[in-house]
Design a protein around this ligand. Sequence first.
Ligand code: 3HC
Ligand code: NAD
Length: 310
Amino acid sequence: MMQFGVIARKFSSSASVQSAIKNVTVIGGGLMGSGIAQVSAQAGQNVTLVDVSPDVLAKAQKSIGANLGRVAKKVYKDKPQEGEKFVAEALGRIKTLTDPVAAAKSADLVVEAIVENMDVKHKLFKQLDEAAPEHTILASNTSSLSINEIASVVKRKDRFGGLHFFNPVPVMRLLEVVKGAETSEATYNAMMAWGKAVGKTCITCKDTPGFVVNRLLVPYICEAIRLYERGDASARDIDIAMKLGAGYPMGPLELADYVGLDTNKFILDGWHKKYPDQPLFKPIPLLNKLVAEGKLGVKSGEGFYKYEKK
Ligand SMILES: C[C@H](O)CC(=O)SCCNC(=O)CCNC(=O)[C@H](O)C(C)(C)COP(=O)(O)OP(=O)(O)OC[C@H]1O[C@@H](n2cnc3c(N)ncnc32)[C@H](O)[C@@H]1OP(=O)(O)O
Ligand SMILES: NC(=O)c1ccc[n+]([C@@H]2O[C@H](COP(=O)([O-])OP(=O)(O)OC[C@H]3O[C@@H](n4cnc5c(N)ncnc54)[C@H](O)[C@@H]3O)[C@@H](O)[C@H]2O)c1
């Protein structure tokens, strides 16, 4: 286990930091949920991964296995058998279920990573609040919705907060830990300790739209889409410009495809509804068109670019 510590900064897999939370339920087995399940299992947590779709769960298990394999190849470069053991043990700590109520019953922490829609999140959290044990902390990985508004439907407002991970979860080192108006100090401390235990560098943020990263990143991505929509530059040139001219690892349109154009649209629509006078949050016809056509980016095989379907 100690070997992990050495590369924890890179692979988010430090098992050396202690957390009282040992059993984590992750709801939503998509892009984010599968990554959160992976880093939790890598850190020695017992993980229950939940999705409404058994197909999504099967796909998540496959991609987690492949990504753990990437980690093992590097950590156990000269010890392939130990690498195989590491992958098998981490995978063995993840069980899958389609019923969130059953999954909440044994959880110390539930991290929700389902669709970015307030009504759907409310319905889920009401069920979780009723089913989970008294001590269980409920948290949302929302990109842009208000933690206080999500928490409005639960009784345990003191044991509710935001845990905002970044995509790809196993690689991105940041975790934004969001305090709602009624999040207790004990809950906040437990979330910070858990974030560190799963190998992340945690920052604290108030329940403000987009927290830190998305408040800066989403308007930037949207401005790039508008630039492209106006025909000011090609998609390729916009992306090259920001990679070579500003040092970003991905250009903004590549990043929009990577995050998911539906997620980008959910974020923008939500903020526009709340702040209709803010020009940065105005709807973008091109984004709406792509989403209506099912062009959601990497996950659907096409967005601003075309991708091989996984
Ligand atoms: C909207 C939301 O609310 C918030 C968000 O999430 S906003 C989005 C935040 N994310 C970003 O900004 C991502 C920006 N992009 C990047 O940082 C990089 O392009 C990237 C890390 C995604 C890929 O990097 P790149 O060098 O092109 O690809 P690749 O070589 O495949 O991967 C880099 C390393 O990560 C590893 N890796 C990539 N994905 C992995 C995964 N899922 N699991 C484990 N390891 C992984 C690779 O093995 C590789 O390791 P190495 O350098 O030791 O060989
Ligand atoms: N995509 C990103 O880069 C990113 C980054 C940080 C945070 N987020 C946030 O994380 C959440 C998930 O985003 P994603 O990109 O992983 O989405 P995704 O579409 O890849 O996955 C969402 C999954 O949730 C499942 N689901 C929907 N309703 C459910 C329910 N009631 N119970 C169980 N499963 C349900 C879906 O079947 C789907 O597999 C959103 O709130 C999003 O804003 C996304």
